[in-house]
Design a protein around this ligand. Sequence first.
Ligand SMILES: CC(C)(COP(=O)(O)OP(=O)(O)OC[C@H]1O[C@@H](n2cnc3c(N)ncnc32)[C@H](O)[C@@H]1OP(=O)(O)O)[C@@H](O)C(=O)NCCC(=O)NCCS
Length: 167
Amino acid sequence: MSATIITKAGPTPPHADTIREAGPGELDALAAIENQCFSMDRISRSGLRRFLTRSRQNPWGARFLAVEHGACICGYVLLLLRRNSLIARIYSIAVIPEHRRMGMARTLLAGAESVAVESGRNRIRLEVREDNAAAIRLYSSVGYGSFDRIEQYYEDRTAAIRMEKPL
Ligand SMILES: CC(C)(COP(=O)(O)OP(=O)(O)OC[C@H]1O[C@@H](n2cnc3c(N)ncnc32)[C@H](O)[C@@H]1OP(=O)(O)O)[C@@H](O)C(=O)NCCC(=O)NCCS
């Protein structure tokens, strides 16, 4: 399968953020992002490899999108698309600290939502730690609303807020 390139509309200036499908050769970069961005509940290296392979072999099962700025892979979003479900799921999203507050997560979410719509999904869901104010604000700012809470969801027993957006 050829890589999907999703760029912002209009001519592309040098170093514009580009979203594209991550490839197996980017396992190290993605593992480095994971290590920098999460102190627990990390996706293991073997987990990342499995998702990357799945994304390539079965694009309707998982999609791994990376955001690039110049030569830097600055973040990723991992989208899960279950067979026979109209609901897509954001499994994880992360942007490295040096590139935060530049709109990259919003761009990644927009890319994931486009892929979900293309694949016939009409809603998108995610879980977020209830103490992750930055992420909750991000999701709320682009139309996600909370609909449920799961006690002791994370490794350290913090609860998850479940959020959803109609597509
Ligand atoms: C959450 C995360 C992905 C946001 O990435 P980002 O690229 O900095 O986000 P954006 O620049 O697109 O921010 C969009 C909006 O989100 C909100 N936001 C993002 N970071 C925020 C922060 N630290 N504090 C408050 N609001 C924040 C703001 O509303 C922001 O809009 P604004 O900059 O116009 O005010 C990033 O902080 C991260 O990787 N954190 C660690 C991993 C993580 O928590 N992932 C989410 C798991 S559910």
